[in-house]
Ligand binder design. Sequence first.
Ligand SMILES: Cc1cc2nc3c(=O)[nH]c(=O)nc-3n(C[C@H](O)[C@H](O)[C@H](O)COP(=O)(O)O)c2cc1C
Length: 228
Amino acid sequence: MIVGILDKLFGRSKSKEEPSDNSSNDSSASVTKVAIIYYSSTGTNYQLAKWAEEGAREAGAEVKVMKVAELAPESAIASNPAWKEHIEATQHVPEATLDDLEWADGIIFSAPSRFGNVPGQMKQFLDSTGGLWFNGKLVNKVVSAMSSASNSHGGQEKTILSLYTTMFHWGAVIASPGYTDPVTFESGGNPYGTSVTVDDDGNMKEEVEQAVKHQAKRTVQIADTINK
Ligand SMILES: Cc1cc2nc3c(=O)[nH]c(=O)nc-3n(C[C@H](O)[C@H](O)[C@H](O)COP(=O)(O)O)c2cc1C
C-alpha cells in the first residue's frame, strides 16, 4: 500500500534485486566526484562554493560547482542592485540537476540563512529529490554544508542543521568539520559547517577561506574512504 503511494509520488519503485546504495559508490570508481551546490543572492555563498571547489580539487577530487535555480520574481531582484549584479555575474554557472546528485560521491551545499532556515530556492531543489531518495540513489552520499547570515548569531548553525535534516532522510553520511583542525576555531568555531557573518556591503567579518577548504578536503577524504 505504502509502496503504491510512493510509486505514484516518485515513479518506479526499487525492485528487490537492486542495490539500495548509490551506484557511483562502486569499487571501480577511482576519482572521487564532488558536486558543490549553492544558492546565493549577493555572492557570499558563491564565494564559499568557489573556495570549497579549490579545497576539493586540492584533495584530488573531480569537482563541479552549480547553483540552484533562482525562483524570486524579477521585480524583487531588480529592487536590490547587489542581487541583480550577482545574478548577471554568475550567468555562466550551470544549474544543478538530479543527475548531478546521482553523479557525485560527495556533495557540499552552501546557502544563506533565511530566518534561520534554508532559502526557498534551495528547498525547492531538495524537494525535487523524492525519486532519487525512493530509489536509494542518495544513500551513502557524503554531504557537508556551509552558510552565512548578517548577524553573528543570525541563524547560520540552524540553517546548516536544516539542510542536514533532509540528508538524514536520504541516508547520507554527514561530513561535518567538527573541531578536526585549528582553522575551525580561527573562523568562528562552527563545528556543523563553516559559516560566516556578512555585512550590508557584502564584506565577510570572519576569515573563513581556510576553514572552507578544510571542510571540502575532509568531505573528499570521507567520500574517498566510503568509495573504496
Ligand atoms: C528573507 C531574508 C531573511 C533573512 N534572515 C536573516 C536572519 O534571520 N538573520 C540574519 O542574520 N540574516 C538574515 N538574512 C540575511 C542573509 O542571510 C544574508 O543576506 C546572506 O547570508 C548573504 O548571503 P549571499 O550573499 O550568499 O546571498 C536574511 C535575508 C533575507 C533576504
